[in-house]
Write a protein that binds this ligand. Structure first.
Ligand code: SF4
Ligand code: SF4
Length: 218
């Protein structure tokens, strides 16, 4: 499993940093390094680009695992360089951005990457979307195939009708997720599961069904 990220446009990053003269850079030694979005070479490349824009890069680090609680300890070791900056630019997933924010109460913290999904590396450099963490999983009624990541229209209750030869009408190079769901349910003798209508997804609810909350006791 890997958290998939992609670089934000440099213009967006410049916009975030428009009030910052000094910037501290943070990368991640796991997912972002593997994806070449926030490892050492990408951090150093960002340093060059920011310096070319007249920014002062007060320092940088690549935290071995940015989503680990030890990230705070890593940041403490560079407190002087971080304090010399106006802001911290994090070249990692949104989890690390928020981890850095927790340990940096007096600094602006900005993301340099977009966090896309939980993925699976199918071959080197090629990642399949597995889950977008919607918070109320419906794999139990869709033959363990996620329609949110396998259907281009994120349909919950069956195919759009545009599939041809098992391929998606939005992208004929991609298998139709709903065709896969129906084929598998048919094999399992459970196609009747789809007769039950899945209600419109309520994004305001938490995984427990109550109001959306920010902490959970699992
Ligand atoms: S339905 Fe399940 S697999 Fe699909 S995005 Fe939601 S949690 Fe992830
Ligand atoms: S063809 Fe299949 S995967 Fe594509 S949008 Fe329609 S139902 Fe979804």
């Amino acid at each position: 499993m890997i958290t998939i990220t992609k670089p934000k446009p440099f213009e967006e990053i410049k916009q975030y940093l428009k009030r910052s003269k000094g910037v501290y850079l943070v990368g991640c030694g796991t997912c972002a390094t593997m994806l070449h979005t926030g490892g050492k070479s990408e951090v150093l490349s960002m340093k060059d680009k920011l310096e070319a824009e007249g920014k002062k890069v007060t320092g940088w680090m690549v935290i071995p695992t940015g989503c680990d609680p030890l990230a705070g300890k890593a940041l403490e070791t560079k407190a002087d360089d971080i304090n010399a900056a106006d802001s911290i630019l994090v070249m990692s997933c949104s989890f690390e951005v928020q981890t850095v924010r927790l340990y940096s109460p007096n600094k602006s913290v900005y993301p340099a990457l977009d966090t896309m999904f939980i993925g699976k590396e199918e071959r080197p450099g090629y990642f399949a979307e597995v889950c977008l963490q919607c918070g109320s999983c419906i794999l139990g009624r869709t033959a363990a195939i996620c329609p949110l990541v396998r259907c281009a229209k994120l349909l919950f209750n069956g195919p759009c009708g545009g599939s041809v030869g098992g391929k998606c009408e939005v992208d004929p190079g991609t298998p139709c997720g709903w065709q896969q769901i129906i084929d598998r349910l048919t094999t399992l003798g459970q196609l009747d599961q789809l007769e039950e209508i899945e209600p419109v997804k309520d994004w305001s609810t938490s995984v427990s069904g109550g109001p959306r909350q920010i902490t959970f006791e699992l």
